[in-house]
Design a protein around this ligand. Structure first.
Ligand code: HEM
Length: 483
């Protein structure tokens, strides 16, 4: 069992303060709870530009030099403007100097085409409310260095590389470097590919603040109260080798090679300072943040993401996803908390289950995705018309005192398990303002009663604090945390 999955008396589901309603409400009117959050504990003002800015300037110069040459083509002006001038809005807001002001117009405008570049700077990191791309490469890292300065330098280098790659540029001096005696800075497999809406979303896990009782980097006091170790849930069968981690990077793109290239290059830069603990490839997004688009289907054949938070619904994002000023700590304002669960599906059992049973399990029909007794996918569900243990009935905010999360998961198929069964399922990713008011109460309810449990098993788990977005070239991933 991993550290992140160990039950702790103070952090059990009961301790989350969630009062589960006995009966699902018959309306879908959300009764959202006011949550009590920890007061701001730390101030983490951004300082002056440092080595990170220089590294970024170098990367930028190199990238610029490469653009149009042997390297990947620079994104077109149209591609960068595809996001409705988000950068302009941010620039104006940054002048105002507050995180709240920066939130305006950040990463919610849909891209015009799958080849576009998504702006890297923003009040929030891209890859959360951003329209969901088609592919995922998620990586969890252990920090292997004990040197705080080395870790800081890595984060500065990572930020510069992430900025370059999301813009469709090569890392550092590129894949075909001038000095043939040295390995090139970029591994090269993304040469000629478009930016593909690549987003790189960075998070820090509990182990960065304290590991084996040690305050490795002097960060223990800065750990957000909302970054709790997840309790053990009934039915969990977690593999330590696929759980936890000190840092994470979620790479999403419309081209799998672009996402894999990004993680590979970050891992390469990190050699000697971090090591990949586990990683997960995903395909076929199983959620949507763009309700007008066709809802994708999961590996069980059902539409998934119907009632997700829309990427342009700023009121619900502020309420349920982004950490607010009053929540604290300061370095997390504008950020969010990420829960990742590798959920294996017993595909072969599911495939031998009748259609009626399959639809009862979810409380929605398979073809249209409509709730029981309804005609269309987006008709308001009548929860009491569903079986008491139907997944949607149990997961709905009305059954959970208003608990609402943003889902951003992907399907996975990692070959077979040696017993002739597909190792396939859902790599579940949820973002929320506070894990104690999001995933924990929801999963507490689902793990106890969900009809879906007969067909799934949670085999991997991790939780990360995802800081707000990088504001400009003087900023870097985690700068306010290390300030
Ligand atoms: C393999 C595991 C899972 C599968 C196949 C699955 C599938 C689905 C499907 C098909 C829907 C209905 C369409 C929709 O509104 O998106 C749904 C809804 C939902 N699921 Fe899951 N889910 C899984 C695990 C989870 C977990 C672990 C959680 C949270 C702890 C969760 C939370 C939700 C929520 C909040 C809804 C929306 C309920 C509503 O507002 O109507 N799901 N899921």
């Amino acid at each position: 069992m991993t550290e992140s999955s160990k039950p702790k008396a103070s952090e059990t589901a009961e301790a989350t303060g969630t009062t589960e309603t006995a009966q699902a409400s018959e309306t879908t009117e959300t009764t959202e709870t006011a949550t009590s959050k920890a007061p701001a504990a730390n101030a983490g003002d951004a300082g002056d530009a440092t080595d990170g800015a220089k590294a970024e300037a170098k990367a930028e110069a190199n990238a610029d030099a490469k653009a149009g040459g042997a390297g990947r083509p620079a994104p077109s002006r149209r591609a960068l403007l595809g996001w409705g001038g988000a950068g302009l809005a941010l620039g104006a807001a940054a002048a105002g100097g507050t995180a709240a002001a920066l939130r305006v117009g950040s990463d919610v405008s849909p891209s015009a085409s799958t080849g576009d570049a998504v702006p890297f700077d923003g009040a929030h990191q891209a890859g959360i409310s951003t329209p969901v791309q088609d592919r995922l490469h998620f990586a969890s890292f252990d920090v292997t260095t004990t040197d705080r300065a080395a870790l800081v330098k890595l984060l500065q280098e990572w930020t510069a590389a992430a900025r370059a790659m999301t813009a469709g540029h090569e890392v550092g001096a590129g894949a075909i470097s001038a000095n043939e005696e040295l390995p090139p800075d970029d591994t090269g497999e993304a040469l000629g590919l478009k930016p593909s809406r690549l987003t790189l979303t960075f998070g820090v896990g509990p182990g960065l603040f304290e590991k084996d009782g040690k305050d490795r980097f002097g960060l223990k006091a800065r750990r957000p109260k909302a970054l709790v170790d997840l309790p053990a849930f009934p039915g969990d069968n977690l593999d330590a080798a696929r759980s936890g981690g000190d840092l994470c990077v979620q790479a999403c793109a419309d081209d799998p090679q672009v996402a894999v290239h990004a993680i590979r290059n970050l891992a390469r830069i990190g050699m000697g300072r971090v090591a990949i603990r586990w990683s997960q490839l995903g395909f076929g997004k199983t959620s949507s943040t763009t309700p007008d688009a066709q809802t994708p289907r999961n590996m069980m054949g059902f539409k998934d993401g119907t009632r997700n938070i829309a990427g342009d619904d700023t009121a619900r994002l502020d309420k349920h996803v982004w950490v607010g000023q009053k929540d604290g700590p300061d370095w997390m304002v504008g950020g969010s908390y990420l829960v990742a669960r590798r959920i294996r599906m017993h595909i072969e059992t599911w495939d031998r289950t009748s259609l009626t049973e399959q639809e009862d399990v979810f409380g929605r029909d398979k073809s249209e995705g409509a709730a029981v007794g309804k005609q269309r996918e987006h008709d308001e569900p009548l929860l009491k018309a569903m079986k008491p243990d139907a997944h949607v009935r149990l997961a709905h905010p009305d059954s959970n005192n208003g608990v609402t999360i943003l889902r951003r998961g992907y399907s996975f198929t990692d070959g077979t398990d040696g017993l002739g069964r597909l190792d396939a399922g859902l790599f579940f990713i949820a973002y929320q303002r506070d894990v104690r008011d999001g995933f924990i109460p929801l999963q507490t309810r689902l793990s106890r009663s969900d009809a879906l449990n007969e067909y799934i098993q949670h085999v991997g788990s991790a939780v990360f604090a995802v800081p707000p977005g990088v504001r400009d070239k003087g900023d870097w991933w985690g700068k306010a945390l290390f300030a």
